[in-house]
Design a protein. Structure first.
Lengths: 113, 176
């Protein structure tokens, strides 16, 4: 089972920030593969969602980039900036809190039903 | 494992540009991603064009430019741009284009002489009517017939206002 894009939309930044926190630097393809691996293919980040998000994180100053030249290709590695590390921790805390709330909310609903 | 030639890489880069990926760093990111996927999936004697077409198609819903638009939107939202719904945008246009004429009438009424009463003379409401009717009709046509011809601001789309770009209409699939 894979999760719907709508469900993942609000959590993509957090996922990317957390991965960059756990790994020193990563490039786009590597991020998609790591997410697939960690979630046993349940979460598949699309390129259409990932790259705009990475660019937004870069514009916000939350990630820094370095490039590696592979022949005519350029590979862009992303790593967390100091501001990104702080934001990553905040986002994780917020998401954990949100999940707790959702669990509580859904439990209440199932009891009512 | 398949090895892409410099010529094939140039072709991909050119195609990405033709498909509307204007931001260089986004283009280079996509190029690298596409190259990895092709090199992983294509056999030594495989068909490059066929494989490239299949890979690039998996990147978007309707057109590749969606990625450029999404990246621009996400970056713009963090640069102080304002995101308005369609109705809000038309209300803003109405206030900007018709508002001054109504304000003129109201100011005239506030400054009227007591002898005139509340009646607006023709030279006041007439000029308001003449000057405001054209922008009002244009606004009404745009607002009430969003599916006509090539709609300027389609139903359920959103409008991004700010600086660079000053105005951008976000299609329905991005606005949701």
């Amino acid at each position: 089972m894979t999760y719907s894009p709508e469900l993942l939309k609000g959590t993509l930044k957090t996922i990317v920030l957390k991965l960059l926190m756990d790994h020193k630097k990563m490039y786009g393809y590597e991020i998609t593969q790591k997410v697939k691996e960690l979630t046993q293919d349940k979460i598949q980040i699309t390129e259409g969602a990932l790259y705009p998000t990475l660019h937004a994180l870069e514009a916000d100053g939350l990630v820094t980039t370095e490039v590696e030249y592979i022949g005519k290709r350029v590979r862009k590695y992303y790593s967390l900036s100091p501001a990104g590390k702080a934001t990553s921790r905040e986002r994780l805390k917020e998401l954990t809190n949100f999940m707790d709330t959702m669990i509580a909310l859904l439990n209440i609903k199932s009891k009512m039903a | 494992m398949y090895q892409l030639s410099d010529h094939q890489i140039d072709l991909i880069l050119y195609d990405l540009q033709q498909r509307g990926i204007e931001t260089e760093s986004l283009r280079l990111n996509l190029l690298d991603h596409i190259c990895i996927l092709i090199e992983e999936n294509l056999e030594e004697d495989g068909d490059f064009s066929q494989c490239y077409a299949a890979v690039i198609r998996s990147f978007y819903k309707q057109e590749l430019k969606e990625l450029e638009d999404e990246a621009q939107l996400l970056m713009a939202l963090h640069k102080g741009h304002i995101l308005l719904g369609r109705n809000q945008f038309f209300l803003l246009l109405f206030v900007l284009l018709i508002g001054p004429y109504i304000a003129y009438d109201l100011v005239w009424m506030m400054n009227r002489s007591p002898a005139t009463g509340w009646r607006l003379p023709f030279e006041i409401w007439g000029s308001t009517f003449i000057f405001a009717i054209y922008p009002l009709l244009v606004l009404l046509v745009l607002f009430l017939t969003p599916d006509r011809f090539d709609p300027l601001i389609p139903r359920r789309s959103k409008v991004l206002l700010g600086f660079k770009p000053f105005i951008r209409i976000l299609p329905v699939n991005m606005a949701q």
